[in-house]
Design a protein around this ligand. Structure first.
Ligand SMILES: [Zn+2]
Length: 70
């Protein structure tokens, strides 16, 4: 099984969609906890990394791979 790789600015899909109907989230903060923002309603939540990894379904768009700096 492939290991989930994610980074700041990535658009990710969670296992459970947000109540607003969107299941796309943008990672806006990385650390011990991860802050993700719903792309549908702009609501952001801070969740522990372990919980995030457990609820992460897949990375839809990697910010790092999309536009390499320099
Ligand atoms: Zn939402």
């Amino acid at each position: 099984m492939e290991r989930k790789v994610f980074g700041l600015g990535d658009i990710v899909q969670m296992k459970k969609p947000h109540p607003c109907g969107s299941n796309e989230m943008e990672i806006i903060r990385m650390g011990m906890d991860i802050r993700i923002k719903c792309t549908g309603c702009q609501h952001s939540v801070l969740i522990p990394r372990a919980k995030f990894e457990k609820n992460l379904k897949k990375v839809l768009k990697s910010a790092a791979a999309e536009e390499p700096q320099g």
